[in-house]
Design a protein around this ligand. Structure first.
Ligand code: NAP
Ligand code: ZN
Ligand code: ZN
Length: 349
């Protein structure tokens, strides 16, 4: 067991601070990664503050991890020391159940081992995330980060990237489709970039007028303010697909009205409280309301390769770990352009 410096939340209301964790010695199938950068996802905040319930403390958040392979086990074939590697939201699963066999490990029937706020598959050993200097992960759950991608900008692809890529693929986003993206934050800005790269005509639906210029720079053709009731009337029946990334409770019914007949709104944002959906919002126009949780390992690698080919990374603001509590407050205020990424060198200083 190696002792590893990290930042942890000791309890739901506690600010994050320095903490030491233990990582296992790498086994025959494991990769030991020196972490370079870790993105700050809104899910880190929801979980560190126990907003979804059931959080485990102390918690070392972080599931947007990019680093350099330091050491590999005897049976590892995909990686060698020096390679750039990524770790997303999962570090293991049973590998044998129906969802695992269908490359949907996030829905493992025995419960996937999530990167933090969970346990390994032994259901005893706690998992700790990327706000730390090193991680040890089975090579099956370790991703290859394409050469040529900036490592800080690539880190958010491991969650924000796959979480938006996967529903765009599942609902077959194609050139000419009208796609609405709701909420211009970490997930939202990746959704705009990815949908635009797939040829869709993207409209940003935001509460922040000041983000309009950025939305257009990221690839949106249209921009509409959702704080203006007129928007919902003007855009009624417009979109084939809406990717909804809002992290707080809001009225889904209003947004469903902006779908075309048979259009789909996919929820990727996870507001802690439930919100009622009226049957009328769905039956008028055979509209569909769907959800999507990250993506399996195979699709995550496909997304990274796609981003490598299309030179897509996240727009990031790199921070030292000492600024993490301030960064959380700014994310909650919607004041981030568009993902904070921790420079893990600051944890070694
Ligand atoms: P983020 O950077 O905070 O972005 C969320 C955006 O939603 C904000 O920038 C803001 O955009 C908008 N927003 C926030 N509060 C709002 C409100 N009360 N009303 C309307 N709009 C509001 O968060 P993120 O990291 O992108 O994550 C977004 C959500 O997705 C979180 O709930 C997170 O837990 C969840 N998530 C889900 C998955 C999954 O697998 N499904 C994966 C990762 C994250 P504007 O300023 O443009 O309005
Ligand atoms: Zn995330
Ligand atoms: Zn399984």
């Amino acid at each position: 067991m190696a002792k590893i410096p990290s930042y942890a939340a000791a309890a739901p209301k506690a600010p994050l601070g320095p903490h030491t964790i233990e990582r296992r010695e790498p086994g025959p199938h494991d990769v030991l990664i020196d972490i370079l950068y870790c993105g700050v996802c809104h899910s880190d905040i929801h979980q560190a503050r126990d907003e979804w319930g059931g959080s485990i403390f102390p918690m070392v958040p972080g599931h947007e991890i990019v680093g350099r392979v330091k050491q590999v086990g005897a049976h590892v074939t995909k990686f060698k020391p020096g390679d750039m590697a990524g770790v997303g939201c999962m570090v293991d699963s049973c590998r044998d159940c129906d969802p695992c066999r269908r490359d949907l490990e996030q829905f493992c029937q025995r419960g996937a081992a999530f990167t933090y706020n969970g346990t390994e598959m032994d259901r005893k050993t706690p998992t700790y995330g990327g706000y730390s200097t090193q991680v040890v992960v089975d090579e099956r759950f370790t991703l290859k980060v394409p050469d040529g991608l900036d490592p800080a900008g690539a880190a958010p692809l491991l969650c924000a990237g796959i979480t938006t890529y996967s529903p765009l693929r599942q609902w077959a986003c194609k050139p000419g489709d009208k796609v609405g993206v709701v909420g211009l934050g970490g997930l939202g800005h990746m959704a705009v970039k990815l949908a635009a790269s797939m040829g869709a005509e993207v409209t940003m639906l935001s509460t922040s007028r000041r983000k309009e210029e950025d939305a257009r720079r990221l690839g949106a053709k249209g921009f509409a303010l959702t704080s203006d009731e007129e928007t919902f009337k003007k855009l009624a029946g417009t979109f084939d697909l809406i990717i909804n990334t809002i992290s707080a409770p809001h009225d889904y019914n209003q947004y469903l009205g902006m779908l075309k007949v048979q259009g789909t709104m996919v929820l990727v944002g996870v507001p802690p409280e439930a919100v009622p959906v009226s049957a009328f919002s769905l039956i008028s126009g055979n509209r569909r309301l769907a959800g999507s949780l990250i993506g399996g390992i195979k699709e995550t690698q496909e997304m990274l390769d796609y981003c490598g080919k299309h030179k897509i990374v996240s727009d990031v603001e790199v921070i030292p770990i000492q600024k993490i509590n301030e960064a959380y407050e700014r994310v909650i205020k919607g004041d981030v352009r568009y993902r904070f990424v921790i420079d893990i060198a600051s944890l070694k200083a």
